[in-house]
Design a protein. Structure first.
Length: 463
């Protein structure tokens, strides 16, 4: 009578196979086990945990890695070669990869992010907590850093080792053992000094850096003010996280300019090439603002209805309505365009509101006076050619039109210049105060100004 031999357990099978050191046999065995069984092997054989992950197909290795305890994950990452770590991290789902990286020190995160593919790196950075349109979304971990006690000879050895993977080597960053940014030194300073000189002797501690959670527009202003091709990005605790290069800022500037131009034209930002955006999506981007502006213009009709009695008594007043509202809208559009553009390139800030207001009051008075004189002369010349057109009240009508033009142009310039600054102060995009929006606002108020002036001057004569 024969006895059946007990089937060896999975750990026993693994223990026997691992002794053979045959990588193909080990890989074949691991790839035919359940994910949960492989995770169990990692727990039972801590001396082989990194080998288990390294000897599996990358997809299955990622599936095992993400269900392991954090302490085990850290040990495995520490022991794996860089190319295997890169394959593993790129294969991990973005959320699992981010959960893992969030538990690591910033120095380790910086090194691991370097191993990711560009697209995976972009996704990871966005998921690591950096808000949309923040500098953290732009930074790259590809840079060269050294320590204060390094010699220049050691710096060049570091550059030769890591420089080929760096975005730029024009500037070398100096950090301490905690990963805190101490200084940035131009490559020419290393070239022009003897090899035995210490990095600490070249430091002036006048480093310019960006915060990862700051707005991207802030970076553009700092680049412009400091004439740099790259700037370091740090955390709130001054840990060096990455760098932002000038080519990224040029891309941001182009994108911001396109968005502002679209918003100033009275439409939502497209965020896609015009010919690539679906027609229905384009419709949705444009229709909202058209409805808003249309509703605004309905107020113009309401204002006209409110002054219907005055218009009936002096129909001649209606002849100048298009002239009045277009002049106010044009002056407002001019002012808003100038202020939005000046704010976008950093020429003015919210703190300059009083200086801007003073300039626009003077500009409004000068521009309004010119149009007022032209408006009065137009009525005088037409009266000379056709006296019956305005009758005996031509002078009063001329004064009404002239004073109104002065008032609406002044109001238009003030509204157009102050509205972008008010929106900026409230945290909104100044470009929203687009030319069509300001023109609609000034149209309504221009009619009120016009008929108020007319009532004051013509009351008792035409009215």
């Amino acid at each position: 009578m024969s006895l059946e031999l007990a089937q060896p357990t999975i750990p026993e099978q693994f223990e026997a196979i691992i002794q053979t050191e045959d990588k193909l046999q080990i890989k074949d065995f691991l790839n035919h086990q359940n994910i949960s069984d492989v995770a169990m092997l990692v727990d039972e054989f801590p001396d082989y945990e990194s080998q288990i992950i390294a000897n599996m197909s990358v997809h299955r290795a990622a599936s095992v890695f993400k269900i392991l305890d954090l302490s085990v994950q850290k040990r495995i990452i520490r022991d794996l070669p860089p190319n295997t770590i890169a394959s593993l991290l790129n294969e991990l789902p973005a959320d699992d990869r981010t959960d893992f990286l969030e538990e690591l020190p910033s120095n380790a995160v910086r090194e691991l992010i370097k191993l990711l593919d560009p697209e995976e790196r972009k996704i990871t950075l966005s998921l690591l907590g950096y808000p949309e349109n923040s500098i953290g979304r732009l930074m790259t971990p590809d840079y060269v850093y050294v320590y204060p006690d390094n010699t220049i000879e050691e710096v060049f050895a570091t550059i030769r080792k890591y420089g080929k993977d760096s975005e730029t080597i024009n500037v070398i960053y100096v950090i301490n053992k905690k990963g805190e940014l101490l200084d940035d030194i131009r490559i020419r300073d290393f070239i022009l000094n003897p090899p035995d000189k210490k990095v600490a002797e070249l430091m002036d501690n006048r480093v310019v850096s960006l915060k990862a959670d700051e707005d991207q527009e802030t970076a553009g202003e700092v680049f412009k003010m400091n004439n740099r091709v790259a700037l370091p990005v740090v955390s709130n605790s001054n840990k060096l996280l990455g760098i932002v290069t000038i080519d990224d800022m040029l891309w941001v500037a182009e994108e911001e300019f396109s968005e502002d131009m679209q918003k100033m034209g009275g439409t939502a930002a497209l965020n896609e090439p015009y010919l690539d955006i679906p027609i229905f999506k384009l419709f949705k981007k444009r229709v909202v603002w058209l409805i808003v502006l249309f509703l605004g213009e309905l107020l113009t009709a309401s204002a006209m209805a409110y002054f219907e009695e005055e218009i009936q008594k002096a129909v001649v007043l209606a002849l100048f309505v298009p002239l009045i509202i277009s002049s106010g809208g044009n002056s407002g559009s001019q002012a808003s365009t100038l202020i939005i553009q000046a704010m976008a390139i950093g020429e003015i800030t919210i703190r300059d509101w009083w200086r801007v207001m003073r300039r626009e009051i003077i500009s409004g008075l000068l521009l309004g006076s010119v149009l007022a004189i032209i408006g009065f002369l137009r009525i005088w010349i037409w009266h000379s050619l056709a006296p019956e057109l305005y009758g005996d009240h031509w002078f009063a009508i001329g004064c009404t039109v002239g004073i109104t033009l002065l008032g609406v142009v002044l109001w238009g310039t003030l509204a157009g210049s102050m509205l972008p600054m008010v929106l900026k102060r409230l945290g909104a995009d100044p470009a929203v105060s687009s030319a069509p929006f300001v023109a609609t606002l000034v149209d309504v108020t221009g009619l009120i100004i016009y008929f108020s002036v007319a009532f004051a001057i013509l009351s008792g004569s035409l009215l």
